[in-house]
Design a protein around this ligand. Structure first.
Ligand SMILES: Cc1cc2nc3c(=O)[nH]c(=O)nc-3n(C[C@H](O)[C@H](O)[C@H](O)COP(=O)(O)O)c2cc1C
Length: 219
């Protein structure tokens, strides 16, 4: 797969098939992705991968937590302190509403919101979870970003889809226990890897700002 094809093909998959992914494929993806650049070649990343029984133990823990959790009242949004913050919040709200409408749900109905939470609680069905960690004394988030996108693109190259999600790393204690992640490492982000189902949610494509608005080009 050509690099541009991979860039355009990658998108957030929010319903994965239960099909397992061979360990060798995951290792090939991560080997390619660790070719990502990093400041001073520091390579500050530490990766923990859950699949098979470990993945199911994590999922069970997440689902149990979701079931035991009291219903959350809608959290009041703090005021945006800048136009940039307000614009980002608007984009986040827009994709949430668009995704709910795609599924025929009413964005204002709290019951409809629950369905989204449940999908997240079962970790969107991902058969493989890559947990990206970094030593707590480091702050090289730019390097981690390089790695994360590289993982997703390498996954495309191997015929797999991905989901980058903070929601994959909500229960730090469960992840630390099941993946034996030491306390000195911060858990930064999770990436789900697997095959997409034909669920309607997977047809959603998030919009992008017009390029003329993003780029100021001067000859
Ligand atoms: C740092 C980061 C955290 C994210 N966390 C979540 C999440 O918790 N839940 C979710 O559904 N999507 C999450 N996403 C996915 C974004 O919503 C998605 O990448 C964005 O809407 C653009 O859509 P696309 O990936 O399909 O192009 C996250 C993405 C990034 C980069």
């Amino acid at each position: 797969m050509d690099v541009l094809e991979a860039i355009y093909a990658r998108h957030a998959v929010r319903d994965f098939a239960p099909t397992s992914v061979p360990k060798e494929t995951v290792i090939k993806i991560l080997t390619a992705a660790t070719r990502a650049p990093s400041g001073g070649n520091g390579q500050p990343w530490e990766l923990f991968v859950a699949s098979g029984a470990t993945m199911e133990a994590i999922r069970k823990g997440y689902v149990e937590r979701a079931q035991g959790a009291p219903p959350r009242p809608p959290s009041p949004r703090p005021e945006s302190t800048s136009a940039a913050q307000a614009a980002i919040r608007e984009r986040m709200t827009a994709i949430r509403i668009e995704r709910m409408r795609l599924l025929g749900l009413d964005p204002d109905d709290p019951e409809a919101g629950k369905m989204f939470l449940q999908m997240g609680a079962r970790l969107w069905g991902t058969p493989v979870l890559v947990v990206v960690c970094m030593d707590q004394t480091l702050s090289a988030n730019m390097d981690l970003g390089m790695l994360v996108q590289s993982i997703c693109l390498a996954a495309q190259g191997h015929g797999l889809e991905s989901l980058i999600a903070a929601g994959l790393v909500t229960h730090l204690d469960i992840l630390r226990k099941e993946l034996e992640i030491p306390e000195n490492l911060n858990i930064v982000i999770g990436i789900g890897l697997g095959y997409a189902t034909d669920h309607l949610i997977n047809t959603y494509r998030s919009p992008r700002r017009p390029i003329e608005e993003v780029v100021r080009y001067k000859d």
